[in-house]
Every structure is written in C-alpha cells, then in structure tokens.
Design a protein around this ligand. Structure first.
Ligand code: NAP
Length: 307
C-alpha cells in the first residue's frame, strides 16, 4: 500500500547512517534506519577517538556513538533492529528484505560499513574467541599481564596496540614491511612505547595452542626464516572489507568490493546512495562518514523531489 512506502530506508547505523537518519528525520521524511546490532558501527569497538573535531581531549567511541544515536532519535528517527538479507533496487519502490519482513522505500541509503579482514591462516578461525580477537576494547582485559600479539601496521593496529599496553605485559606488533602505514603521530607513540616491540618484515603463518592460544608462527618475508612467538592474545587488524554481500551484484563496486559513488554519494542505481566506510574512497574516518551521510541524505531528498 502506498501509505506503507517509506521515503528513505537507511541500511546500517554507524556514523554515516545515524547522520543520514538525523538529517532525514529533521526534514520530516518518513524514514527508517535498519541496524542489525546496536547503533554505532565499528566505532563502538574503538576505545578512544581523538581526531573527531569538537572534543579537545578526545572521546570514547561508545560515548560518541551514543550521543549521535540520541541526537537522531530526538528528531524522531525510527530505528529497527533487523538484519537485511537482500534488496531489490532496480524498480520503485525499492524492496528491503529483513529478518522481520520486507520494507518498501522510494530511496535507499546504504551505510553498512566494513568489517575486519581475516588473516586466513591456520588456527585463526578455530582460536577465535579463545585468544584470537578483532576487538581490543572488547577483549583486551582478558590478557592482563600476558603477552599479546597485534598483527598489522595501519592506524587500527597501532592505535589498538597502544591501547592493549594497558593490559598486556608485552605487545608484539607484527608488520609485514619495514615501515608502518599508520599516521606519523601514532607511529611515534608506538616506537616510543617500551612495552611495544615491533617485529618488522614478518607475517603470521599460524596461530598455535591447545585449548587456548599459546603463540604464533612467524615467517620473515625477507629472509624466509621461521620462528615462534609465545602469546596468549592475538589481535588481528589487517584492514577492512565492505559489508555488501546482501547487494548480490545490484550495484557497481570497485575491485575490492566497495560501492562506487559520485560526489553526491549516488550509486549506479537511481535513488540508491551510499555513505561511510562501505563506499569506495581513500579516507575512512568518522568525520568523512558523517559528512557523506549528510550528503547522501541531501541527494536522496533531491531525488525524491524529482530534482
Ligand atoms: P589499513 O589502513 O588498510 O591497514 C592495514 C594494515 O594491515 C597495513 O599495514 C597492511 O600492510 C596490513 N595487512 C593487510 N593485509 C595483511 C595480511 N594479509 N597480513 C599481514 N598484514 C596485512 O587498515 P586499518 O588500519 O584497519 O584502517 C582502515 C581505515 O580506517 C584506514 O583508512 C585508516 O586510516 C582508518 N582508521 C583511522 C583511524 C584514525 O584516524 N584514528 C583509526 C583506525 C582506522 P601494508 O602496510 O604492508 O599494506
């Protein structure tokens, strides 16, 4: 029925989705935001955010996201806790299939973000939850006074590695090159931290243990030399992959699976927009996700108005 058709359905409730929702609710549109877990996205697993403007001392990730959530709800954003299993985007209205039924919407904004990439080595999957983790905030305290391995050399690995020094008696940062990818300021902090030892030019080839993780096997990519390192926790931060499987090929993606948009956040389908980490771009930050969420909502409104 026409009256059941939403103006906008927003899929995903991280910073991009919540901002798009805030703008749509303030525009008095009929909007629903779908989020499979709690609103907040990946930022919920970030201990401390210090590059989001307006917080001179920084702010905890969960606190920042709770503020965005409350702000969007204050203007009437309806949030439904359902997982989207599939979408039909070619016609109007567009259909969004969820675990609790199908929604219809004239425009869709996809803000499903990204999830941690796996290493894909022996033992990684079987020891997940038994020492292998992708979330320092969630699991760091389990490794109090124990040795911890962090894999990766980007902002996430370095930031979370620094955070994990609060718990572990030693943090080994395993990086496959001889130079970190992370922002210079974070690099300086890591290199100055006596609890962190960077293991350069090395990859983890296996996670080892019996019931729980006891260590990792390493290979030096320059010399080929193999070694073992004792550790109770293995935190993997080797990048992200987009959450797009529910799209089943209905939108144009880049070679890494991120949604291609134009500058107005429009995708390859009329009336479908994308914002935040799920979209193809070079800078993935809370501040870019928020800006894109606002831009995507503005574009969706123009689409609805026939502009
Ligand atoms: P990233 O920047 O893509 O870094 C991934 C790291 O993992 C790189 O150092 C990469 O090595 C390494 N890597 C990739 N695949 C690997 C494998 N199979 N084995 C071993 N190492 C592997 O990912 P990220 O750190 O998750 O960050 C994602 C995005 O969020 C980035 O744009 C980042 O700037 C942003 N972010 C920003 C902040 C912040 O501003 N505070 C915090 C977190 C994340 P190479 O360097 O050799 O490629």
């Amino acid at each position: 029925m026409e009256k059941d058709i939403l103006d906008i359905a927003i899929i995903g409730g991280g910073p991009a989705g919540l901002t798009a929702g805030l703008y749509a609710a303030r525009s008095r549109l009929k909007v629903v935001m779908l989020e499979k877990l709690a609103p907040g996205g990946q930022v919920l697993t970030t201990e401390w955010v210090e590059n989001y403007p307006g917080f001179p001392q920084g702010v905890s990730g969960p606190e920042l996201m709770e503020s965005m959530h409350q702000q969007a709800e204050r203007f009437g954003l309806v949030i439904q806790r359902h997982q989207v299993s599939g979408v039909e985007l070619a016609n109007s209205p567009k259909l969004i299939h969820t675990s609790a039924g199908t929604l219809q919407a004239r425009a869709v904004i996809i803000c499903t973000g990204a999830q941690p990439r796996k290493l894909g080595v022996e033992g990684e999957r079987s020891f997940t939850g038994k020492g292998v983790s992708y979330c320092a905030t969630c699991d760091g305290p389990f490794f109090t006074d124990l040795p911890i391995v962090v894999v990766g050399g980007g902002d996430t690995a370095v930031e979370e590695g620094l955070y994990l020094t609060k718990f572990g008696n030693k943090v080994y940062l395993i990086h496959r090159r001889d130079q970190l990818r992370a922002t210079k300021l974070l690099q300086e902090r890591v290199l100055a931290n006596p609890k962190i030892q960077v293991v350069w030019d090395s990859v983890v080839t296996a996670v080892q243990g019996s019931d729980l993780v006891e260590g990792v096997r390493l290979r030096n990519v320059k010399t080929g030399q193999e070694s073992e390192l004792q550790a109770s926790g293995v935190f993997v931060f080797v990048g992200i992959e987009p959450v797009t499987e529910f799209l089943q090929g209905q939108l144009e993606l880049d070679k890494n699976g991120f949604i291609i948009t134009d500058r107005e956040m429009a995708t390859s389908r009329a009336g479908v927009f994308a914002a935040g980490d799920v979209s193809a771009k070079s800078l993935r930050q809370i501040v870019t996700a928020v800006g894109e969420g606002a831009a995507a909502e503005f574009s969706a409104e123009r689409f609805l108005a026939g502009c």
